[in-house]
Ligand binder design. Structure first.
Ligand SMILES: Cc1cc2nc3c(=O)[nH]c(=O)nc-3n(C[C@H](O)[C@H](O)[C@H](O)COP(=O)(O)O)c2cc1C
Length: 395
């Protein structure tokens, strides 16, 4: 780990995790990740913004020692999750005079999960400030991006906001800054979809709050630093907006090709009607790819054979995710094949109480699809096209 200068008096300490493949035992990391802490040297006091992931603590402590920092007065904890707070006990051991600066909720979570004493904390609220001499720490409460405790720290003199998980990206790279914007956009969108989208309304509020600051830099705790803040703020404004785009995602699986034939047919009919489609085979589902495809989708079509009186478990998992990911999709449908019972649509719909979408007439077929089923799929494609034409979906 090499400290890198972000701007005058501010250095990043980033552990680059090239090998990590799964986050929270749930989220695939095709490009690894970084855990970023930042050291701010003021004329009178020194502050550390967040710490890093416990397995990287030895590397972090060695880099801090090597950097020659003699004193840390404040450890700002923007969020209690252990990938950012996990090294606080080790830093306190090294600098026992340091105080952990955070909000009341984050303090509670840290005390619940880490050996940090109640007396070690300074509790702050929205708009509170702490002087480092020639630099000021200003705290902004941004709850639910993505836990109830999340906050950001702003240094007005340096025009930099430390946003912790918010606006971050899982991307292992030696680039300090997000210069490769196309690559960072994909990683940041995947990250948003998996982590922030379930709390879309809160992300929208936090974008307004951070976006109102005078900024030269946004420094998240995963991925590179944004030296062009409008890049990530504008992406978040688009992702968090209420208007979906006319795009259909079809999570599907098929054991004997009946459902697969229906998906292929519907995909072609939607293409003919000028509608973008993404069929996603849910066997070995990449949850990140699935979530990312849903960020702006207007319509989700669940396509499954009937298995043990319900959807195939792969489609059931996709429905579980679609139910909790905070989609802006306005329309949904269920299609599929069965052997002896055709009530799959009601079962799948009952698994999606939070989706808030209008369901089109389903298409269920006994065994292989034939002419009548294809005619029904034509009708579904027409329904989707008509709904897109009539409803407020962004072009
Ligand atoms: C393991 C298994 C379980 C099944 N369970 C049911 C069921 O509970 N109810 C039903 O109507 N059909 C059931 N079927 C029949 C399938 O739904 C039917 O064969 C369907 O056409 C398969 O669609 P596919 O070709 O897209 O896989 C089952 C089939 C398999 C292989």
């Amino acid at each position: 780990m090499i400290p890198q200068k972000v701007t005058d008096g501010i250095h990043s300490f980033r552990a680059i995790d090239w090998d990590r493949e799964l986050f929270d035992e749930l989220v695939p990391l095709p490009e690894g990740t970084t855990y970023n802490a930042y050291l701010i040297k003021g004329s009178e006091k020194t502050a550390l913004i967040d710490t890093i992931y416990p397995p990287k603590t030895a590397e972090f402590i060695a880099a801090i020692k090597k950097s020659g920092v003699e004193r840390i007065d404040y450890i700002v904890a923007n969020h209690a999750e252990q990938d950012h707070s996990g090294s606080i006990p080790a830093i306190l051991e090294l600098f026992p005079e340091a105080k952990v600066v955070t909000n009341a909720k984050c303090k509670r979570f840290i005390m619940d999960t880490l050996p940090v004493d109640r007396d070690a904390f300074i509790t702050v609220g929205d708009g509170h400030t702490l002087s480092l001499g020639n630099k000021t720490l200003q705290f902004l409460m941004t709850p639910w991006v993505h836990w109830p405790d999340t906050m950001c720290t702003y240094v007005p003199e340096s025009r930099i906001a430390f946003t912790c998980d918010f606006l971050g990206a899982h991307l292992a790279t030696t680039d300090l800054y997000a210069d490769d914007e196309a690559r960072v956009e994909t990683a940041a969108k995947r990250y948003y979809a998996e982590i922030m989208m379930p709390y879309r309304a809160f992300s929208k509020e936090a974008v307004d709050k951070v976006g109102a600051l005078a900024l030269d830099f946004i420094a998240p705790s995963h991925g590179p630093v944004y030296a062009r803040p409008p890049f990530i703020l504008d992406l978040y404004r688009s992702w968090t907006s209420d208007a979906p785009k006319p795009f259909v995602v079809i999570p599907y699986v098929s054991m004997y090709e009946s459902t697969a034939q229906m998906v292929a047919y519907l995909t072609d009919r939607l293409i003919e009607r000028g509608i973008g489609v993404k069929p996603i085979n849910v066997v070995d589902l990449d949850t990140g790819e699935f979530a990312m495809s849903l960020v702006e989708a207007s319509t989700v079509v669940f396509a499954s054979p009937t298995v043990l009186s319900g959807p195939h478990p792969g489609v059931a998992y996709a429905a579980l995710l679609a139910n909790v990911l905070g989609l802006k999709a306005k329309y949904a449908a269920v299609i599929g094949s069965f052997g002896w019972e055709g009530n799959l649509p009601e079962i799948v719909q009952s698994m999606l109480p939070k989706l808030g979408a209008t369901f089109f007439e389903p298409v269920m077929v006994k065994g292989l699809p034939r002419e009548a089923a294809f005619a029904e799929l034509d009708r579904l494609a027409d329904d989707i096209a008509a709904a897109h034409a009539a409803a407020p979906v962004a072009a």
